[in-house]
Design a binder for this molecule. Structure first.
Ligand code: PXP
Length: 236
């Protein structure tokens, strides 16, 4: 199982003070040093965390694989063709949302998505769609020509252990199996954390996770002792 780290929330901390630290690129390099198989970020229309400047730097320094999440708009396509990430992940985007709220509605947007995806692929970029564990939507992903899909684990992650969560896990299993049989590479992510990841990691068709918030949140806690000690040395 591969792990790609989403560093958006390193940039969220930076933007909380409109500062120049912490540096998402440095976090990306340290994540790679720790064994991450890829770096993920989401460039949003409102640029609330990741900026074009970050993408330019990621492109120069990321040695594993750069996966940029974005909406399927003309403006974003221009950015992708300019930066040339290894993977572009198409996601739905709503301005007021706190985080991506669900998978892309591929069925209703097939005519727009197919040429958009082809253009990205012609530039040598692999294309992914963030999709709910819904077989009809996954079939549409295959039809519009993506190389891989990322199954949305958000519904599963929001539920407490129990029957409802088992059902959500079962939907993910069926979706992974269906996508795999269509020849797609299967990734998964959203809301995965240190408590809920293992049952999803046991699904054999899923080859890669994209995890952000829980890892950045944990890093803030497991790193705080070192940060306090360093400041005490300075002020004593
Ligand atoms: N995959 C997609 C498509 C996302 O939009 C996000 C959140 O930016 C993630 C995965 C990672 O989710 P989380 O931050 O909850 O781990």
């Amino acid at each position: 199982m591969k792990l790609a780290i989403n560093v958006d929330h390193i940039a969220t901390i930076r933007e909380a003070r409109k500062s120049n630290e912490p540096e998402p690129v440095l976090a990306a390099l340290l994540a790679e040093q720790a064994g991450a198989d890829g770096i993920v970020c989401h460039i949003r229309g409102d640029r609330r965390h990741i900026k074009v400047r970050d993408l330019l730097l990621f492109r120069q320094v990321v040695k594993t694989k750069l996966n940029v999440e974005m909406a399927a708009t003309e403006d974003m396509k221009k950015i992708a063709l300019d930066i040339k990430p290894d993977i572009v992940s198409l996601v739905p985007e709503r301005e007021e949302e706190l985080t991506t709220e669900g998978g892309l509605d591929v069925i209703s947007n097939e005519q727009h998505l197919a040429p958009h995806i082809q253009e990205l692929k012609n530039a040598g970029i692999r294309v992914s769609i963030f999709v709910d564990p819904d077989l009809k939507q996954i079939e549409a992903c295959h039809k519009v020509g993506v190389d891989l899909i990322e199954i949305n684990t958000g519904k599963y992650a929001d539920l407490k252990p129990g029957k409802e969560r088992d059902e959500a896990l079962d939907e993910i299993k069926k979706a992974a199996d269906f996508g795999y049989k269509l020849g797609l590479e299967i990734h998964a992510g959203h809301g995965l954390d240190y408590r809920n990841v293992r049952p999803v990691a046991a699904i054999p068709e899923i080859t890669e996770f994209s995890i952000g918030f829980s890892i950045v949140a944990r890093a803030a806690i497991v790193g705080i002792e070192e940060a306090v000690k360093e400041m005490i040395v300075l002020i004593e």
